[in-house]
Design a protein around this ligand. Sequence first.
Ligand code: ASP
Length: 401
Amino acid sequence: MKRRDFLSGIAVTSATIAAGQGTVHMPSPTKEVPRQSNPKNIIICAANGYNYLDAGYEKLHSGADTLDAALAVVSGPENDPNDDSVGLGGLPNEEGVVELDSCLMHGPTRRAGAVGGLHDIKNASAVAKAVMEHTGHVMLVGEGATRFGLELGFPKENLLTEHSRKIWLLWKESNSNQDWWGPGMDDPGWTPPAPMSGELKDQPPHVQKLYAMAADLGIAPEDRMDAIYKVLHPPTGTINCSTLNEKGEMSSVTTTSGLAWKIPGRCGDSPIIGAGCYCDQDVGAAGATGSGEENIKIAGAHTIVENMRHGMTPEEAGMDALRRIARNYNNDMTKIAYISMFFYILRRDGTYAGVSMWGEAGPGQHQRRFAVHDGAKRLEQAKFLFKGTAKDWPPMPRLSR
Ligand code: ASP
C-alpha cells in the first residue's frame, strides 16, 4: 500500500468512527488461502482420537457446526477412564489432583475459549466452549474455572480413577526426586545426566524399591511395569482435533490432563490459544501434543497458521515450527533428544500434515501417526525432523515395559 493510500484510509476510518457508524471498512490485513476445489468434510486429530472419528465425521456430514464435530471427537478420550492423558482417569498433579487444560477456536465466528487447571469436571473442552459462549472472557483458570463449570451445570466428578490413584501413590511413595522441581533443560547450567543402563539389579536402589512398592499397593503384576514406567517417566498425552467442512468453515480444539505429577497450577501449551491450538478459517488450523513448555516458547500453532498464510504447505509450516524449537537449544542434540513434539495441521484448501520432532514412537510417547477422516477413516504416518526416538524425560534408566 502506498503511504498516501494508507493515510487516506485513516482519514476515512476516523470519519466513519466520528459519524458513529458501527462498521469500519478497513482493508483486510490478512491473506487468504483458496478454498477446496472439490469441497469435502475433513477431520484430523491425534491418534488417540481414532476411535471417535466416526462420531465427528457423522456430525460434519449432517451439517453440524465444525466445532461441535471436533468436540464429538475429543470428548471420546475425555470420557474414557482408560486414557490416562485426558479427562477422566488422567494422571494427576503432584498432590493427586487431576488438573485439565483445554482451548478451542471457532472459525466461523472467530471466537475462542480456554480453561486451565480445571478440576472435578471431565469435559474440559466443553467448559472451554462455555467460556467462549457464556462469558466476555477467553480463558478461566483453576478454582474460578471449576466454579464456573459447576455453576453452568457440568457434573462434579472425581476424575482420579483407582488405576490413576495407585500409579500416583506409587510415584508419591517413591518420593521421586526426578519431579518437575528444579531448573529445566533451558537453564544455561543444565547438563545431561550420565547414561544409566543395565538390568534391574544394576539400577539405583529407589528404582528397585519401586517394584516392591508396586506390589504392596496392590498394582496387578501385569500392570506393574507400566506403572513403574509412568512413575519414572511422567507420561504426556493430549488430543488435538481440527475440522473443515464443505463450506470452508473450520474449528480446532485441544484437551489434556497435561504432564503427570506436575506442580499444581502448571499450565502447558494445551490451554494457550496460539500454542496448543489455533484456527483462522481464512487459512487453516493447527494443534499440538508433546512438550508443552517448548511449544509455548514458539507459539507453535499460531506460528504454523501464519506460515501457511504466507504460502507454506502444512508440512513446511510444521517443520519450520519444529526447527524453531531446535533452534531454541542452538540445535544441541543432547537436549533436543528429550523433546517430543507433534503438530497436527489442516489447511483451508483441504491439504493436511502431521509432523513430529522424532521419527519413531518410543514407549510412553505419542505414536508417530495421526488420524484422518475425509470419508475414509485411517491412521497416517507423520513426517519428522529427526530420525529415531526421543529420550524419555526426565533422564532415567531405560526399563523395558
Ligand atoms: N502438551 C501437553 C502439556 O504440555 C502434554 C502432551 O501433549 O502430552 O501439557
